[in-house]
Design a protein around this ligand. Structure first.
Ligand SMILES: Cc1cc2nc3c(=O)[nH]c(=O)nc-3n(C[C@H](O)[C@H](O)[C@H](O)COP(=O)(O)OP(=O)(O)OC[C@H]3O[C@@H](n4cnc5c(N)ncnc54)[C@H](O)[C@@H]3O)c2cc1C
Length: 484
């Protein structure tokens, strides 16, 4: 099939899937304004693949089949492949201002890397898990499949192991309740599944945290179409409802999250990637260079988001006439430093890239892991900076329609200035409110802090996985010099 158009994607997701939104079952995701908007945003990204201006960057030839596939789905085999992939990340993350975490390139990169290291999933069972993964990655890139995912562990009671929860019948993580000739029968739930209502398929790696041998029954990885019988998608309340985009410029980017429930769902064997194997469940992220491949997309997206934040902060300072003040320049300068730091991480990781043992070219040097850890810490400063530059501008924001009322002339006069008309100013500050103060912004801040796990454990994993020999050597030298 090769690359698809936005229209093909929109038609594809109207497939009878079970979606609940605010207590109602939807006939189609396109029947809800917020879901339709974000689906159309993704459709727009897919249409860019056919635009002569972007096609060369977004589309590449599959070396295996000769077909046109998304550039972000290519299994990287050289440093040039990584640079080509990043250029494609830049186009999609730039188009969405970095405010969408889960544009399709995120999972494309994951599945390409997974397909490349499929042999890591081979075990002594009768099922060819390695072959299943390789085939699924091929299917996704060949058909331009859009996937949502869950790699997280269900948040019920963190003080108990999955085995303990299971014995108390409280283990709701996805698990097989029986095996049949056709496949596994699945029960349980996946949470925080961003974009689930408007993706083609869901990819699950559960439980998404290290497990003991006693918990191996919960080690399960699979992929399913989102219209599979027995699967329900229950959406979180969208943040913008039916509000006009003129009043909420970031409304088209609310990538609705969902809880996905499995009620005796059949996973065909060819869609099972890992089953009851604690060793592989604990090691695949390292084997495939998860943080490096995903981090390549994430750092590129953060670069785009910081670029947007710098532009927004600057525009506000220009409109308010504060851009010449040193403390305002300093505040924007700090955001520019974050942006440059992101770029430096990306370039360093590409410069130090190398093939892994599967022959997949991997961004190198732990730089992208550092980028993920650092962004968890500085992100709040980004939004508070834009907020502090804006002050009451963020609330003196009549709706676009208010300017068409008899009060419109008064509003234009009161809110306008030499730098912008009243309605232009209101739209600018509404954009800034969506970015800093709206529920959408709250979710975005939560996302940046948690999408890759919580800060403490993310840093601890970095500590545990890093060679400290050079640091220890420096201290040993200082101690030796002191006692000479
Ligand atoms: C908006 C958003 C969208 C997301 N989208 C996706 C997605 O599409 N797919 C996906 O796979 N993931 C997604 N995630 C990430 C995922 O859902 C989790 O947020 C992430 O893995 C962290 O786990 P958690 O939220 O369950 O937090 P927890 O692990 O429950 O942590 C909560 C708090 O408890 C502490 N804690 C945790 N365990 C213990 C313990 N044993 N003892 C003591 N303290 C503990 C933590 O340090 C933290 O402070 C998303 C997250 C967000 C916020």
């Amino acid at each position: 099939m090769g690359i698809i158009t936005g229209r093909q994607f929109l038609d594809r997701i109207c497939d009878g899937r079970t979606i609940y939104l605010k207590g109602h079952r939807l006939d189609s995701p396109l029947n809800s304004t917020p879901l339709r908007r974000v689906a159309e945003t993704i459709a727009g990204l897919l249409d860019m693949q056919h635009d002569p201006e972007h096609r060369d960057v977004l589309v590449r030839t599959d070396p295996e089949t000769g077909e046109s596939i998304p550039a972000t789905s290519v299994i990287p085999r050289s440093a040039e492949d990584l640079v080509a992939r990043r250029r494609a990340f830049e186009l999609w993350t730039g188009k969405t201002f970095g405010v969408m975490g889960r544009t399709p390139d995120y999972m494309n990169a994951f599945l390409a890397a997974l397909g490349g290291c499929a042999e890591a999933f081979r075990d002594d069972s009768d099922v060819d898990f390695a072959g299943n993964i390789r085939e699924y990655a091929r299917y996704v890139r060949k058909n331009n499949i859009i996937t949502a995912h869950c790699f997280a562990s269900l948040q019920n009671n963190r003080s108990h192991s999955l085995a303990e929860l299971h014995s108390q019948q409280q283990a709701h993580a996805p698990h097989a309740i029986s095996e049949t000739k056709a496949g596994l029968v699945l029960r349980g739930a996946s949470t925080s599944v961003t974009l689930a209502p408007v993706s083609d398929e869901i990819v699950v790696f559960s439980p998404g945290r290290p497990v003991t041998e006693a918990e191996k029954d919960f080690c399960l990885a699979f992929a399913l179409p989102l219209n599979t019988p027995g699967l329900s998608i229950v959406c979180r309340e969208p943040y913008f409802g039916d509000a006009p985009v003129a009043d909420h410029p970031l409304a088209p980017y609310d990538e609705v999250d969902a809880v996905v429930l499995y009620d005796d769902v059949l996973i065909p064997w060819e869609r099972v990637f890992l089953y009851r194997n604690a060793r592989i469940s604990n090691s695949y992220k390292l084997e495939m260079g998860f943080a490096d491949h995903i981090g390549h997309q994430v750092a590129t997206r953060l670069y785009a988001k910081l670029n947007f934040a710098v532009g927004l902060a600057n525009e506000i300072a220009e409109v308010l006439g504060t851009a010449q003040a040193p403390h305002i320049q300093g505040a924007i300068g700090r955001l520019m430093v974050y942006q440059n730091t992101m770029e430096a991480f990306i370039r360093a990781a590409e410069a130090e890239s190398a093939p892994d043992k599967w022959g997949v070219w991997k961004p190198g040097g732990n730089h992208l892991w550092s980028a993920l850890c650092m962004s968890q810490q500085f992100y709040d400063t980004v939004t508070t900076t834009v907020r502090d530059l804006s002050a009451s501008g963020l609330i003196n924001t009549p709706a676009a329609a208010d300017f068409d009322t008899p009060a419109g002339g008064g509003l234009q006069a009161a809110l306008g200035s030499g730098t912008a008309s009243g309605d232009q100013r209101s739209t600018l500050f509404r954009l800034a409110w969506d970015f800093t103060g709206h529920a959408f912004a709250g979710r975005s801040g939560l996302y940046e802090r948690f999408f890759n796990g919580d800060q403490v454990r993310t840093l601890a994993r970095y500590y545990a996985g890093t060679d400290l020999a050079p640091a220890r050597k420096a201290v040993a030298e200082a101690l030796a010099a002191a006692t000479e």
